[in-house]
Design a protein around this ligand. Sequence first.
Ligand SMILES: CC(C)(COP(=O)(O)OP(=O)(O)OC[C@H]1O[C@@H](n2cnc3c(N)ncnc32)[C@H](O)[C@@H]1OP(=O)(O)O)[C@@H](O)C(=O)NCCC(=O)NCCS
Length: 153
Amino acid sequence: MRIDNVTIEKANKNDWGMIVSILEETGLIDRISGNGNHENFYTVKNEGIVSCFAIFHKDKVGILKSFGVKKEYQGKGLGKLIVSKLPGLISKIGLSTLYAASWEAPDFWKKAGFKEIKFDESKDDYFLKYADYLEKNYPQFKDKRKYFVFKVS
Ligand SMILES: CC(C)(COP(=O)(O)OP(=O)(O)OC[C@H]1O[C@@H](n2cnc3c(N)ncnc32)[C@H](O)[C@@H]1OP(=O)(O)O)[C@@H](O)C(=O)NCCC(=O)NCCS
């Protein structure tokens, strides 16, 4: 696969099976509740779907979740390439700020250009509620968890 040759599209309901399969393969499925669906998801396509992520948002603030790259494509720069396309995508959706939280791969987010923040440095309620939810529901990852922000000017 040429990794510069990917497109990002809003997921449709036919993509859900492949999204679930990527989330299972990448160990991210546990955080999708039973009635999860494609609605906030995006797919990254080459010959087929090679990656997926979700963006939840309120007003101009977005939260990136469930970012997984299919195992066979990991470690080839694809994740970084996808993140480099996010400013264009989030501007199109009308967002100015995108947050992410990670305890699985915090170094990846830094390398991909997100800035690390302490969660109480943010003034965005939408993000603060999410961070609070993570702190309460996943206390076992407290020491590993890091928060990241990406701003589009
Ligand atoms: C994390 C993930 C999205 C990264 O995608 P990728 O295509 O493999 O990443 P890239 O090849 O673009 O790597 C970019 C850089 O991040 C580093 N990196 C990638 N995955 C990493 C990880 N899990 N931990 C730490 N660093 C990582 C790479 O070594 C590379 O460093 P370099 O620029 O110095 O060479 C992907 O590996 C994945 O789906 N992992 C399982 C699910 C997961 O952890 N998702 C994140 C949830 S918050």
